[in-house]
Design a protein around this ligand. Structure first.
Ligand code: AMP
Length: 332
């Protein structure tokens, strides 16, 4: 069975874009492959979170993923820092990563510009840790967005370099996992394209948020001045709302508002109210489960423990083999 490795960034609460763009594919992959999904808490240290924020964020995403249907009996969902072998392998792999190539990483260059006061060594060697996340489990496939293609390429470089250096074929090259056509890009509410935390709070529909807040955000979503004549093309802002409807509303509801728009008799207030109802109905049961899991310490502990056991079993085996290949021999 193919092994899939994917990271989860512990940065705040999940929104509709995360669900349709990532979590849904996790749910499918856990049925079909041997999956390692890790909450990347070591990676997140590059942003210097307080201990409380770090823990709260990990707690949040763990509860959210369980609430959304990640099944710890079907996959290994683990917290990166629960697997010390990752940090050890990271140390070894850093010796074979060259400063020049790391400096050429697009994400490093971006971070250098966006956070000039915190260009730490962890940012520079971020691709090494990413490579280790994959290689430590001998991952075959990694679901990667466009911005991470280069990191996957670097993972292959590091794997091959290790093999070449030690005259072995120990690490294999991981491939990009193709979610052909399954993943949708969820637009945001502020009319700026993809739903994203970085576009501000008003842009996102967050699962773990009060119903009243969700309604308010949708009622304030950006639209246009309204069609002035029948058959007019939808503006981007309006199309965004219809695209979100595609995800949460009945086909008949969408057709109804489509007709009203075609006839130029649509009232955006009605459309938004309907969309708010449908979003709230979609979000409510998941939100209830999130609240449940967040408070269920026993379930969280059990899930984290099962994940850690599975991940450690795989990672410790790799590390033992790597140590032998490198030439660490015990004298005792
Ligand atoms: P982020 O919240 O940026 O850490 O994203 C986590 C995952 O959710 C990534 O795999 C993204 O590709 C996915 N994602 C985030 N926002 C969207 C969106 N608006 N539409 C589709 N996928 C998204």
């Amino acid at each position: 069975m193919a092994r899939v490795v994917s990271g989860i960034r512990p940065t705040g609460k999940l929104h509709l874009g995360n669900y349709f763009g990532a979590v849904k594919s996790f749910l499918k992959m856990q049925e079909e492959h041997e999956c390692f999904f890790f909450i990347a808490d070591i990676h997140s240290l590059t942003t210097h979170p307080t201990p409380q924020d770090l823990h709260n964020n990990v707690h949040q995403v763990l509860a959210e993923h369980l609430a959304m249907g990640i099944d710890v009996d079907k996959c290994a969902m683990f917290i990166q820092s629960d697997v010390p072998a990752i940090s050890e392998l990271y140390t070894y792999m850093n010796m074979n990563a060259y400063i020049g190539e790391l400096e050429r990483s697009v994400t490093y260059k971006e971070k250098k510009n966006s956070q000039p006061k915190n260009i730490n060594a962890g940012l520079l060697t971020y691709p090494v840790l990413m490579a280790v996340d994959i290689l430590v489990h001998h991952g075959d496939f990694v679901p990667v967005g466009k911005d991470q293609q280069q990191h996957l390429e670097m993972t292959r470089t590091f794997a091959n370099r290790f093999n070449h250096m030690y005259g072995t074929d120990y690490f294999k090259e991981p491939q990009a996992y193709s979610n052909t056509g399954e993943l949708v890009k969820v637009p945001g509410l502020t009319g700026q394209g993809k739903m994203s935390k970085s576009s501000g709070d008003a842009d996102t529909i967050v699962f773990d948020e009060e119903e009243s807040v969700i309604r308010k955000k949708i009622m304030r979503a950006k639209t246009d001045a309204g069609p002035t004549e029948p058959g007019q093309k939808k503006s981007e802002e309006l199309q965004n709302l219809f695209d979100i409807m595609e995800l949460v509303s009945d086909a008949s509801t969408i057709a109804h508002f489509d007709d009203l728009h075609q006839n130029a008799t649509i009232r955006y207030g009605d459309l938004k109210k309907q969309l708010a109802d449908d979003v709230v109905n979609f979000v409510a049961p998941i939100r209830e489960r999130i609240v449940h899991f967040k408070n269920d310490k026993e379930a969280l502990a059990k899930a984290a423990k099962i994940g850690a056991e599975k991940a450690n079993e795989s990672a410790v085996k790799t590390l033992k083999e790597v140590r032998e290949i490198i030439g660490f021999k015990k004298f005792y």
